[in-house]
Structure formats: structure tokens, C-alpha cells
Design a protein around this ligand. Structure first.
Ligand code: ATP
Length: 762
């Protein structure tokens, strides 16, 4: 037996622990009205997870708890445990995710499902004593075709429940009986997941929309920062060239100008010195140093020459005198000697001397000649007037000798004067040469001075040019220093290292100026873009981008999940549809059989209907696949649209009667039809047990017999628990339980025999 027992404690009228053991295919529960039979049926519903309080005939959890009676105190909770045999491992759990689920059989020989309810309505569920969720219990039960629709438990007065149910509810019962509820459950779960995913995707979408403008702003900022960085890199490179070249240029120029300055200063000083030297020399040497000597020598020469001339005159006169004396002497030797007295001679000589000196003084040669002629005449006259003796006067001879001596002396003097003259002339020549040299030298100094002054002028002019250049370089230096400061702000301290780099190439000022202009343009652009302090922005951009990418990935995952859900739902629906149709066909066969058995003919079958329904939003997806990605607003709009839903219609045709409408059947006919259908359903997919609470109440004796036959037939597939007052039915049962309720208001159970049962039932 699959169903082994049910234990009640504190449940409704069962204030004390009561156990019903199911050991045979058909167990009948009998007892008088109000003894608590139906409470047993409800206990079974309760423990199998029934959530409808109405089905349990109560309003809240506390209605299910034993209220207490005179002798028995009330219970603190209602507890029911139902135990199944699982030696054949018929119970299993659904495992895996919603998409790929599989069954895992429960590895216990016995499965006990328990439920407790407390006065506050809180429920506690257990499987083999372990607390579980309701879902777990429903999942476990669905594996043995016990669904929540409760088609396998027919409560009192609900024999025709399946006939009264709507097409849609009937479909639910049949799905349940066919074990298809698991599909419904999974469709529902998938739909719920789909809804949740759609909500998530909407939330993610709105989050992305929220951060989109900020992200766009940050992206723009990052673009600007990156542009600025590019520009700063370019600026860095340009600065490297510019600063190294400029620094090299300034160093070289400073050196050059310093050297130039040093040279010009030194040269200027030298020139000043030399110029002033030359000027001073010039002033000192206006007169030649040889001039005085020369004048002296010239005077000496003049005197020498004058003396020499005088001596020459004297010499000439003497020579004339000598000559005349010699002639006289010669004449006296040839002619009569003429005797001249001494006094006469003396007078003549003194006269000659006087006249000659006078003539010499006057340098008058003709006069000297004239004198000499007059001397001759006088001498002749003397001779004529006197007796001339050819004898030569001794005085004359002496005179002659004296004259000769004098001549010799004079010649000596003349010679001495000649020597002196020559010497003096030579000295004068030397001095004049020296003076000439001096003059040449003076003229050279003049030229040098002129040249020096010219050079000095040039030095002054060069110094002016140099000062101008120094000033210019000073400006270049200040501009350079300013550039270093400005550049430092833009590219950092690195700029200072560029000043250490020595430019190898010749610095072209034009190229340098072009470079500076280029740098200036980039600086302006940098100023325009701003872009300072980008670290925070970059960090924020990275974080925001990461977040957006995460959300994008999330959206993608969610979209995939939506697609998976939609595919799963579609597949589940297709499987459900297929199995449902096949199941209904099978049921129809059984239904027809049981029906004609009950009614001795006629026909009965179930038809699948498609009816309009108000579409729930989850079902819109099923019908309009393209709408899946639409906004929820759209979905809500679609909520009002009409769709179709499947239902089950019961078609019967009683033998010899034209009645086809279920409403027109009698109570008994309704019971029989419903029993035929329930039995048909149960046989197609037999549940472990069926509970029939006074399903036979409306049957007459003949039908009760047929009913009993069917029970026996059905008990081959499912255990039957029948609550009955019907003796026919009781006779089918192998075990009978009698339920009594004494004056203390507590239901009690006891096993009874068939013979006592009828009595019991009354
Ligand atoms: P019938 O044959 O008339 O259908 P029954 O045997 O099926 O009767 P039940 O309906 O199972 O009888 O039992 C009803 C009894 O249970 C009532 O007497 C009611 O007072 C009692 N009962 C219901 N709820 C509680 C409760 N919470 N505490 C105590 N007794 C309760």
C-alpha cells in the first residue's frame, strides 16, 4: 500500500492523537453524523497542502485546532502526518533550474509529510521530520500525481464537483490528475521570473538612462582631458626642443658677449693707454732732440769755413807776395841789382800789409791785384830814382823766408780747418739723418694715433652694439625665465631638466621663434580646453563606465534570460498541450467505458474548448512574441485585451434519453456521471489513493452496486478511502474504521467489522 497511515493530533474534533492505518485497497470510514469522518478527509486535504480555508470548512488556522471540550483541553496546534510507502521510490523532487529541471527520487523507504497550524495561522511543513516549504511538499506530491486541485479527494456533497466546475477549473483538475501540474507550475514560475526579469531590465534601463547624461558628460570631459594630455605631451616635446635650444643659445650668447665685452673693455683700455701715450709723446717731442746739436755743428762749420776762407785769403796774399818776391829775386839776378833802403822796404811792406788786409777784409780780389800792381810800380820808381844794384836785399830774403814760414803755418791751419770742416760736415750729415729719422718717426706716430683713434671709435661703436646685444639677450633671458615658469605650470618640473640638455645643432633664431609661436598656440588651446586636475574625472569616468558596462552586460544577461524564459514557457506549453491532449484522449476512452457501464449505454466524452478570457500580462508574451521587449506601459495596455484559454467541456448522452445538458441530469445521474469521469481520470493516471466522502449518497441500490463494482475495479490502481453510510459500499471495503464522538466532544477511531459497521453508521 502506498498510503500507509494518517495521524491526527489536535486537528478539529480529534483532540487526542488518532491514527488511521491503511493496509488494504479499500478502507471505509463509517460513523454517525457529526462524529468527525469528514474531519479525517479534511485532515488529508490539510496535510497535502490545501490553502483554501473554505475547503477546510474554516475561516482561519485556529478553526482547525481542537477547541477543547469538557474533559479535554484545547490544543495549542493542529497536527497531521501522512505516511507513504516509498520502497519503490515513487516520490521524487524536481531539481535543477527552471530551464533544465530533472527529477531526483527521494531515497527513503517511507515518506512522511507533516503539517501543523498554530492559532496565529502560521503553518509548519515537514518531510520526514525536516521542516520544508509548502512548495517542496507540492513538488513532492506532484511526483505521485497528487495535485493541489484535490480531484482525488471528493468531499461530502462534492460528488458532482467536477460537473459543477467551470471548463477552466475542470481543465485544472484534469491537468492535475494527468500529472501536468508540474508544467503549469513551471510555466507559472517561468512567467513570474519573466515578469521579474522584465522589471529588472526596466530598472536597469532606467538606471542606464539615469547615468547616460553623466557618462556622456564625463566622456566629453575625458575627451578634453585626453586632448589636453596629447597637447601637453606635444608641448612637452616642443618644450624639450625649445628650452634646450634656447638655453644653449643663451649660454653661448652670454659667453660670446662676455668674451666680446672683455675684449672690448681690454682693447678699449689698451687703446686709451696707447692713445694717451702717443699724445703725451707728441707734446714732449715738438722739437727734435738733434736740433740743438745740429745748430751748434752748423755754427762750427760756418766758423771753420770762415776761418778757412780768411786763411785762404792770407795764403793767397802771401803766395802773391812770395811770388812777387821770387820774381824780384829772379829779376835782380838777371838785371841790375836794385838797392832799396831798409826804410824804403819797411814802408813798402807796411803799406802792402795794410792794403792787403784791407782788401782781404773786403774780400776784394781786384783791389788786392791793384795793390800788388801799385807795389810793383813803387818798387820800379824807387829803382829808377836810385841806383839800382843788382844785389838782392837781405831783408827781402828774410821777409821771404818769414813769408814762407807764415804760408806753411797758414797751410797747416787750413789743413786743420779742412779736417775739422769734414768732421763737422759729417756730424751735421749724421744729425740731419737722425733728425730726418725722427721726423719720419713722428709722422709714423701720427699715423698710428690716427689708426688707434679709428680703432677706438670702432671699439666704442662695437661696445654700443654689444650693449644693445646684451640688452637684447637680457630680454631673451627674462622671456625665457617667464617661459620656464609658465611651462612649469603646464608640464611640470620636467621642464627644468630640459635646460640641462645641450642642443647639438646650431640654434636658428627664426626656427626657434616659429617653435615658440607653436608653443604659444598650444598653450592658448590648453587654456581653452582647461583640462587641469583630470584625475578625479578620469576615475569617475572609469567607475561610471564600468557601472554602465556592468548594466549593459546585465541588460544583455536579462535579455538572454527573457529569451530563455520565453523559449522555456513556449516549450512547457507545447509539452503541456501535447500531453494534455493525449491525456484527455485516454481519459475519454475510460470515461466512455465507465459511463456506459453506469448507465448501460450512452456516450460521454470530454472536449477541449478554447474560450475568450481576459489576458493576463504574462500570457501576452505567449501570444505576441514580438511584444516581449516592449515597455511595461504597453503591457499594461495589452492587459485589457482578450485572449483565449483552454477549458474542458463534458459531453454526455444518456441511453434512450435526449438529454445532453448536464444541468438537466438528476442528482443520481450527476453523481454517476461524475463518478464515471473521476474513475476514468484516476485510471488513466492513478494517484496513490482516492478519498470519496459520501460520493455514493445519492445512489439507489442498483447504482450502489454498480458503484461498488467500480470501486473494486478502481482499487486495483489506487487505494480507496471511502466515507460512507452505504452498506453496499461498506461491503466492498476490506477494513472499516468507526468514528465516534462521545459526550466529551472528541472524535475517536476504532477498527470494526462489517457486521458492526451498519450499526455503527447509524
Ligand atoms: P456527517 O456524517 O453528518 O457528515 P461527520 O462525521 O462527517 O458528519 P464532521 O463534519 O467530520 O462529521 O465533524 C463535525 C464535528 O466536528 C462537529 O461536531 C464539530 O463540532 C466538530 N468540530 C469541528 N471543528 C472543531 C474544532 N475545532 N474543535 C472541536 N470540534 C470541532
Amino acid at each position: 500500500m502506498t498510503l500507509k497511515s494518517i495521524e491526527l493530533f489536535g486537528f478539529k474534533s480529534f483532540g487526542k492523537k488518532s491514527i488511521v492505518n491503511f493496509t488494504t485497497p479499500i478502507t471505509a470510514v463509517v460513523g454517525p453524523n457529526g462524529s468527525g469522518k469528514s474531519n479525517i478527509v479534511e485532515a488529508i486535504r490539510f496535510v497535502l497542502g490545501e490553502q483554501s480555508m473554505k475547503s477546510l470548512r474554516g475561516k482561519g488556522g485556529s478553526d482547525l485546532i481542537f477547541k477543547g471540550s469538557k474533559g479535554t483541553p484545547s490544543s495549542s496546534r493542529a497536527s497531521v502526518v501522512i505516511t507513504f510507502d516509498n520502497s519503490k521510490k515513487i516520490f521524487s523532487f524536481t531539481s535543477g533550474n527552471i530551464k533544465n529541471s530533472s527529477s531526483v527520487s527521494l531515497d527513503y523507504d517511507e515518506v512522511s509529510i507533516g503539517r501543523e497550524v498554530f492559532p496565529d495561522g502560521v503553518n509548519k511543513y515537514t518531510i520526514n521530520g525536516t521542516e520544508v516549504r509548502l512548495k517542496d511538499i507540492l513538488d513532492l506530491l506532484s511526483s505521485v500525481n497528487i495535485g493541489s486541485s484535490g480531484h482525488h479527494i471528493i468531499s461530502q456533497g462534492e460528488a458532482d464537483h467536477i460537473l459543477n466546475a467551470s471548463n477552466k477549473d475542470r481543465r485544472g483538475m484534469i491537468e492535475d490528475a494527468l500529472g501536468l501540474r508540474v508544467y503549469q507550475y513551471r510555466i507559472k514560475e517561468s512567467t513570474r521570473k519573466l515578469e521579474k526579469t522584465l522589471l529588472n531590465i526596466k530598472e536597469v534601463g532606467s538606471l542606464r538612462r539615469e547615468i547616460a547624461p553623466h557618462l556622456a558628460f564625463l566622456k566629453k570631459q575625458v575627451g578634453i582631458i585626453e586632448k589636453a594630455k596629447e597637447m601637453r605631451d606635444e608641448l612637452n616635446n616642443l618644450y624639450r626642443d625649445y628650452i634646450s635650444s634656447e638655453s644653449t643659445y643663451i649660454k653661448k650668447e652670454t659667453d660670446r658677449l662676455n668674451k666680446e665685452r672683455e675684449y672690448l673693455d681690454n682693447r678699449g683700455r689698451d687703446l686709451d693707454e696707447r692713445i694717451s701715450q702717443i699724445k703725451n709723446n707728441k707734446e714732449e717731442k715738438v722739437e727734435s732732440p738733434y736740433h740743438k746739436d745740429l745748430k751748434e755743428k752748423e755754427e762750427e762749420l760756418r766758423i771753420c769755413r770762415s776761418q778757412k776762407g780768411e786763411l785762404s785769403h792770407r795764403l793767397g796774399r802771401i803766395e802773391g807776395v812770395l811770388e812777387s818776391i821770387e820774381r824780384e829775386i829772379s829779376n835782380a839776378q838777371n838785371v841790375k841789382e836794385r838797392v832799396i833802403t831798409e826804410s824804403e822796404w819797411k814802408s813798402i811792406v807796411s803799406e802792402i800789409e795794410f792794403k792787403i788786409n784791407e782788401a782781404i777784409e773786403k774780400e776784394n780780389l781786384p783791389e788786392i791785384i791793384e795793390i800788388l800792381r801799385s807795389i810793383k810800380i813803387r818798387i820800379s820808381s824807387l829803382s829808377e830814382n836810385k841806383d839800382i844794384t843788382p844785389k838782392v836785399n837781405e831783408n827781402i830774403l828774410k821777409e821771404y823766408e818769414d813769408m814762407k814760414k807764415l804760408k806753411e803755418e797758414i797751410l797747416e791751419n787750413v789743413n786743420a780747418l779742412n779736417t775739422k770742416e769734414k768732421e763737422t760736415e759729417s756730424s751735421i750729415f749724421d744729425l740731419r739723418e737722425k733728425e730726418r729719422q725722427n721726423e719720419i718717426s713722428l709722422r709714423d706716430n701720427e699715423r698710428v694715433l690716427y689708426e688707434l683713434l679709428g680703432e677706438k671709435n670702432k671699439i666704442v661703436s662695437d661696445t654700443h652694439s654689444l650693449s644693445f646685444e646684451e640688452e637684447k639677450l637680457g630680454l631673451i633671458k627674462s622671456a625665457f625665465e617667464m617661459e620656464l615658469v609658465e611651462g612649469g605650470v603646464l608640464i611640470g618640473r620636467d621642464i627644468m631638466s630640459f635646460t640641462e640638455i645641450e642642443s647639438q645643432k646650431e640654434v636658428d633664431r627664426k626656427a626657434q621663434e616659429d617653435l615658440r609661436k607653436k608653443i604659444e598656440r598650444i598653450k592658448i588651446k590648453l587654456e581653452d580646453v582647461g583640462g587641469g586636475g583630470g584625475g578625479d574625472v578620469l576615475k569617475e569616468y572609469e567607475e561610471t563606465k564600468e557601472r554602465d558596462e556592468f548594466l549593459e552586460k546585465e541588460t544583455e544577461d536579462l535579455n538572454n534570460s527573457i529569451k530563455d524564459c520565453q523559449i522555456l514557457i513556449q516549450e512547457l506549453k507545447e509539452t503541456l498541450d501535447k500531453e494534455f491532449k493525449e491525456g484527455v484522449e485516454k481519459i475519454n476512452k475510460q470515461f466512455q467505458e465507465f459511463f456506459s457501464l453506469m448507465f448501460g449505454g450512452g456516450s460521454a466524452f470530454l472536449a477541449i474548448t478554447m474560450e475568450h478570457k481576459k489576458v493576463r500580462k504574462d500570457e501576452i508574451f505567449e501570444e505576441n512574441e514580438e511584444d516581449y521587449e516592449e515597455d511595461e506601459d504597453e503591457i499594461k495596455e495589452n492587459d485589457t485585451e482578450l485572449g483565449f484559454e483552454r477549458g474542458i467541456e463534458i459531453n454526455v448522452s444518456l441511453p434512450q434519453k435526449k438529454v445532453k445538458d448536464l444541468h438537466m441530469l438528476s442528482g443520481g445521474e450527476r453523481s454517476l456521471t461524475s463518478i464515471a469521469l473521476l474513475f476514468a481520470i484516476s485510471q488513466v493516471n492513478p494517484p496513490p489513493f482516492l478519498v470519496l466522502d459520501e460520493t455514493d449518497a445519492a445512489l439507489d441500490e442498483a447504482n450502489s452496486r454498480k458503484y461498488g463494482n467500480m470501486l473494486e475495479n478502481l482499487s486495483k490502481y489506487s487505494e480507496l478511502i471511502v466515507v460512507t453510510h452505504n452498506r453496499e459500499t461498506m461491503s466492498c471495503a476490506d477494513v472499516l474504521y468507526g468514528v465516534t464522538m462521545g459526550a466529551e466532544g472528541v472524535s475517536k477511531l476504532l477498527s470494526i467489522h462489517l457486521e458492526d459497521a451498519t450499526l455503527y453508521a447509524k
